[in-house]
Design a protein. Structure first.
Length: 158
């Protein structure tokens, strides 16, 4: 069903440019990996706070509000730098089970991070008890960790 789209994407001149040129791919990868660090750091700061660790002198809602711009902008940059990397090897991605795993985990990670976690952070601490914030924090860490592991496995095993 999606295979024609991936074939089209890999056939683009833009995709060939990234495969044939020396510098664009490593430059985009450096930006992408640096942004991964910023994104994961933004996620972890709040998740650790949900677990009762880290910056415990700040409320969860205050910390979430401060980290939100970094989280949003780093995600935008990740998408913008991920597109050329994916399009240059689109068919490899299409046939990789790790790519589909990664995309599924990104989907669920976005729901947890920008939906459930944001909702929990918007309420007063203790509103959901002691367990639910920890469950959401651990779930978020597990989802985003599986995204990075899936991404690495695409390169190693696909």
């Amino acid at each position: 069903m999606l295979q024609p789209f991936f074939e089209w994407m890999q056939g683009l001149r833009f995709s060939a440019f990234f495969l044939e040129s020396v510098w664009p791919t490593p430059i985009v990868q450096v930006i992408h990996l640096s942004t991964v660090a910023l994104f994961i750091g933004s996620v972890l700061v709040v998740d650790l706070r949900l677990l009762g660790r880290g910056l415990i002198d700040q409320s969860i809602s205050e910390l979430t509000r401060k980290v939100q711009p970094f989280l949003l902008w780093s995600f935008v940059v990740l998408v913008l730098t991920g597109i050329p990397q994916m399009s240059s090897t689109a068919l490899k991605q299409y046939y990789s089970p790790f790519f589909w795993w990664k995309m599924g985990m990104v989907f669920f990670g976005l729901i947890v991070t920008f939906g459930v976690r944001r909702y929990i952070a918007s309420k007063e601490e203790g509103y959901f008890g002691l367990v639910w914030p920890k469950v959401i924090g651990l779930t978020s860490i597990a989802l985003w960790t599986s995204v990075t592991i899936g991404a690495r496995l695409i390169g190693l095993l696909s």
